[in-house]
Design a protein around this ligand. Structure first.
Ligand code: MG
Length: 120
C-alpha cells in the first residue's frame, strides 16, 4: 500500500516542490495552503504523515498541529521552521510534533526523515 502524505505550506513553490518529490517516490500526496485547511483535510485524507510549515496565515503550523493531535494522538507530524526558532521548536515538540526541520531544508535529509518516521 502506498503511503499518504499531507503537505501544508502557504508557499505554492514549496508545495509544488514537495508534491513532485514525494509523488516520484510513489506517495499519495495531498496539499493544504494553511493550518485551517490542514485541520479540515486530515480526517478525510487520513495521512500517514504530515509535513507542516510553521508560518502560515489563518492558523499557523503549531496551532494546527495541536488541533490535529487533539483528535489524532498518534499522527506523525514534521514541522518546517525558520532558522533560529528555538522556542517554536521546543513548543512544537512538547505539543507532540515528532520532528522539526529548518528551512531551507536539504531535500535528501527531509526524505530520510519522512521515510524513517513513516516506517516506524
Ligand atoms: Mg510559510
Amino acid at each position: 500500500m502506498p503511503k499518504k502524505i499531507l503537505i501544508v505550506d502557504d508557499q505554492k513553490g514549496v508545495r509544488r516542490l514537495l508534491e513532485e518529490l514525494f509523488k516520484k517516490d510513489n506517495w499519495i500526496v495531498n496539499t493544504a495552503t494553511d493550518g485551517r485547511e490542514a485541520v479540515s483535510k486530515v480526517s478525510e485524507f487520513q495521512p500517514d504523515i504530515i509535513l507542516m510549515d510553521m508560518k502560515m496565515p489563518n492558523i499557523n503550523g503549531l496551532e494546527a498541529s495541536k488541533q490535529i493531535l487533539a483528535v489524532h494522538q498518534d499522527m506523525s507530524i514534521i514541522m518546517m521552521t525558520a532558522y533560529g526558532e528555538m522556542d517554536v521548536i521546543k513548543n512544537a515538540l512538547e505539543a507532540g510534533v515528532k520532528k522539526c526541520v529548518t528551512k531551507p531544508f536539504d531535500i535528501m535529509n527531509l526524505k530520510d526523515i519522512v521515510n524513517k518516521l513513516a516506517g516506524e
